[in-house]
Write a protein that binds this ligand. Structure first.
Ligand SMILES: Cc1cc2nc3c(=O)[nH]c(=O)nc-3n(C[C@H](O)[C@H](O)[C@H](O)COP(=O)(O)OP(=O)(O)OC[C@H]3O[C@@H](n4cnc5c(N)ncnc54)[C@H](O)[C@@H]3O)c2cc1C
Length: 477
């Protein structure tokens, strides 16, 4: 019989939300937080739920997937959303907070809860099975302490824990100019087709076409390449934290770093044109940028091997010089930064439980999600499910059509070979069958479906819902 107390390691956004939700269900919680005794390279205080960078929880309208996720969280009684509302500062259509008051508000609520005990200690390794610390949620964030990281790595397998994010920008499929790009795999290789591939000179660089599937290819003339190269090498980079200046993996260099090594370096790396014949000219282009379709979010394409640290505005400006991306809408910008996270699809189920381990959960950034709201959202579901396991009940999964369900599905079912932590987007929700809706209509319809499904699901599971604080979806402007 499992211990009837839930243990959580990490008092950040995910850990606090998880503690709150488990306690709301009447289950006692011990929350282990190592600060202030031991801090991370980015945290500055001993407060719980400290926001380490921006003070924004991003969009707060229902024509935006993160707005839908917030709405679902509010309905499920989220402490993070409650504290954000209480400490809100003006930020147009976004939800931004006073960061100190926000952290103080969460700290006060968690501290005052009679069922939650906060222990200020570092948990140095995954606790032994007989430690009495299970059910356990690991919510130690992108800067999980070193010895615990090593222990998690040993548990999940060396190749399933990353210490860096090298994220390529992602664009929305409908904004790619299909008249300028062509679909092909290098050397004509494709899943299930004949293989006539010459031997590649060296192992592929990070994310470069592995020949396993079709790509959209953006072909450059020499003049286009030169203009792109000049813009790239003169663009402004984002400021990096001290710990980010550590050596990059040689195979995962930011494109601007590669570009600075020489005018042709990219043409021999992620922009190599060999093995790709442009049907418009019948010849190999001077250089090519490849776009890989996300297997789950079919309307997302990532720029293969294009991890970058350029400022977001600069990324949009420079990357729109790529033929076919002149009017591209970016679902996500590229980045390279320190981030400890497990390979979600290999390790987790959609309940946030480890495969084959009912009593062990991961939540927050370390589970393979990206962003403040997504971290808190995963904590919300992990908290509910850990409490249910503590009580001997089956864990729950929100419908895939909801933002909460879509996020859980993505983390547990995306392609493990190319896994990148993701923000919530409408692209990871199942598409509508039948009539294809576009643009804002589609988003509003997806939002309405998500809220409807969440409400029905909560009703079936007898989960009491709070007020959303939102107007009717149809009236969102
Ligand atoms: C530099 C940086 C900037 C970011 N900026 C943004 C941004 O602007 N917007 C955004 O949406 N997202 C941002 N993120 C991503 C992410 O949303 C945040 O990191 C977010 O705080 C993640 O929430 P979390 O609960 O998973 O982790 P955290 O909020 O980091 O919480 C984890 C907690 O676990 C504790 N801990 C770690 N190891 C142990 C241990 N062994 N024992 C006990 N306690 C431990 C830590 O002290 C920490 O309090 C950023 C990430 C980084 C690294």
């Amino acid at each position: 019989m499992p211990d009837s107390r839930v243990h959580i390691i990490g008092g950040g956004l995910a850990g606090c939300e998880a503690a709150w939700q488990a306690a709301r269900l009447g289950v006692a919680v011990t929350l282990h937080e190592m600060r202030p005794g031991r801090s991370t390279p980015v945290h500055k205080s001993g407060g719980l739920a400290e926001l380490v960078c921006s003070n924004s929880f991003r969009g707060d309208k229902l024509d935006n997937a993160v707005g839908v996720l917030k709405d679902e969280m509010r309905r499920l009684g989220s402490i993070v959303m409650r504290a954000a509302e209480a400490t809100r500062v003006p930020a147009g259509a976004a939800l931004a907070v006073d960061r100190e008051r926000f952290s103080a508000e969460v700290t006060a609520a968690i501290t005052a809860h009679p069922l939650i005990t906060i222990v200020r200690d570092e948990v140095p390794a995954l606790p032994a099975a007989d430690s009495g610390m299970y059910p356990l949620i690991v919510a130690t964030g992108p800067l999980t302490s070193d010895t615990l990281s090593a222990s998690i790595q040993q548990f999940v397998g060396r190749e399933h824990l990353s210490f860096y994010d090298a994220i390529s920008p992602i664009v929305l499929a409908e904004t790619i100019d299909r008249t300028r790009v062509f679909r092909a795999s290098r050397w004509g290789r494709s899943l299930g087709t004949a293989q006539h591939a010459p031997i590649e000179p060296a192992g592929p660089a990070c994310g470069v076409d592995d020949g396993e599937g079709d790509y959209l290819n953006c072909p450059f003339t020499k003049a286009e390449y030169d203009a792109f190269y000049d813009a790239l090498t003169h663009a402004e980079s984002a400021t990096v934290h001290d710990f980010d200046t550590a050596t990059f993996f040689e195979g995962c260099l930011p494109i601007e770093v590669m570009a600075h090594r020489g005018r042709d370096t990219l043409r021999f790396g992620p922009m190599k044109p060999v093995g790709l014949t442009d049907p418009a000219t019948g010849r190999q282009a001077y250089a090519v940028v490849q776009l890989r379709q996300d297997t789950l979010a079919g309307d997302h394409y990532s720029l293969v091997g294009f991890q970058t640290q350029l400022k977001w505005g600069e990324q949009a400006r420079v990357l729109r010089m790529i033929p076919g991306l002149e009017r591209a809408e970016f679902v996500r910008f590229g980045m390279v930064h320190r981030n400890t996270y497990i390979n979600g699809p290999t390790v987790l189920r959609d309940t946030w439980q480890v495969r084959g381990r009912d009593d062990l959960f991961f939540a927050g950034q370390v589970s393979g999600v990206e962003g403040y709201v997504e971290s808190a959202a995963s904590g919300l579901m992990a908290g509910i499910n850990a409490a249910r396991v503590a009580r001997g009940e089956a864990p729950l999964v929100a419908p895939r059509e909801t933002a909460l369900g879509a996020l859980a599905y993505y983390v547990s079912h995306a392609d493990p070979a190319h896994y990148q932590p993701t923000n919530v987007t409408f692209g990871i929700m199942p598409a509508f069958e039948g009539r294809v809706r576009k643009g804002r209509d589609r988003k509003v319809a997806l939002a309405a479906r998500a809220i409807e499904q969440l409400t029905a699901w909560a009703g079936q599971q007898a989960i009491p819902l709070a007020e959303s604080g939102h107007r009717d979806v149809a009236h969102e402007g």
